[in-house]
Design a protein around this ligand. Sequence first.
Ligand SMILES: C[S@@+](CC[C@H](N)C(=O)[O-])C[C@H]1O[C@@H](n2cnc3c(N)ncnc32)[C@H](O)[C@@H]1O
Length: 445
Amino acid sequence: MLKILLLLVLFILPHATPLTSLLLPRNSKTLSFRSGLQLIYRKSLPSTLPTLKTGDLVTIKTVPNADGNFDWVGLGVYNEDSMYAVRILEHWNGRVFKELVSAEFDDKEIISKIFTARLLSSITSKSHLNLPSPSTDSYRLLNGEGSSLSGFSLDVYGPNLAVAMSSAAYVEMYKDTILECCENILGHSNVIWKNTPTRLKQDGYNILEPTSEVDLPPSSPTPERTIIQENSILYTLNPSSQKTGFYTDQRENRALISSLSSGKRVLDLCCYVGGFSLNAAKNGGAVECVGVDSSSDAIEGARENAVLNDVTNCEFVQSSIEGYMKKAIENGEEYDIVILDPPKLAPTLKGLDRASRKYHALNRDALKLIDRKNGGLLLTCTCSSAMSTKDGGEFFLRMIQRASLSAGREVKLCGRSYSSWCHVTGLLEGGSNYLTAALIEVEGE
Ligand SMILES: C[S@@+](CC[C@H](N)C(=O)[O-])C[C@H]1O[C@@H](n2cnc3c(N)ncnc32)[C@H](O)[C@@H]1O
């Protein structure tokens, strides 16, 4: 009788089945996956594979040696359309790997255990960076491959709000489970889900419109606006606006500008909601700031933020920076510090040459606006991974050098900085250092 009951439990009731295993050859490439690389291209997989579909979880191990022993590589998610055939989500030495392969869990349970472990460890890691702190409550908690969760990022905005950003098919497929983990761990009542349709399309997952969907308990009001804090500056955040709503990746660069701004005239090109200007004016003691952005929502937000911080010496102008700079040069305007933070102009390496001409023109004009007699500083940024990483970053510097020749200004590099410290990058993944900010000393004539 007991046997029959057991058979019933095993075969009639739904239960977890063992995961399919992928066997990789014993070579240096496999060793690099074992050592932490997360993205397995199709060419690294054996030519014949078990039947798998997108979203299936797989274990990955080496082919057995002559003694029949194998090495674990990790646990990942398969995709039949993406160039990333497998994204490893948990390596053999990860926190929950042993547990995951020692018992049978269903796919959702596995995703839940991995995301829960990663959220908890990231919260601890960010506490080492003093995040959150009394002066900053908004930061990136999870950062795709940097946080060993390929295709998923999460920004924390104060105690009540987080914005998740999905860019992989599996993340969309396990969305409910992932949201549940985020809400359980963060205790946030509001987690907003966003995605990047172009990257999802590359992953074989079609979403026509970007999602800015709010997942809330039914009784909660939609968080249209919330107030966040970074570097002791307050911002009203509209989470359904650009990207995750706020560029948390410029926090240290904004602080750098505030440390240089005392008594200075500052021009903040592509100011968005005023981050650099407000750091310069409120924390840094700049005498005057002008912020320029083409987005009316951004400019409205920047003006609101100035009021919120009792800042009265910042002017925010809605204009293309190209048009603004042309007029400012004609009018002989001059600044001590210019910040140039354009959007991603080179989304791919293929578009880099064309984008480079655009970067050149913007940098040339920005340099022309630095005080002619005394010189000043240009903080010039690129958030295009192709530009940031080409030739180890030298390509970006060469572009600035050429722009300085066109502008007729002598320049020197003070230093380079990158995305905020909370935007961690995997040491082996390469190329994820998408943001570079070069601080340029511009000599007087
Ligand atoms: C990378 S974000 C800037 C982030 C900002 N510096 C900050 O600290 O939050 C780029 C901004 O450029 C603006 N933008 C894009 N093209 C522009 C153009 N041609 N002229 C002016 N602003 C532009 C976008 O609206 C966006 O706010």
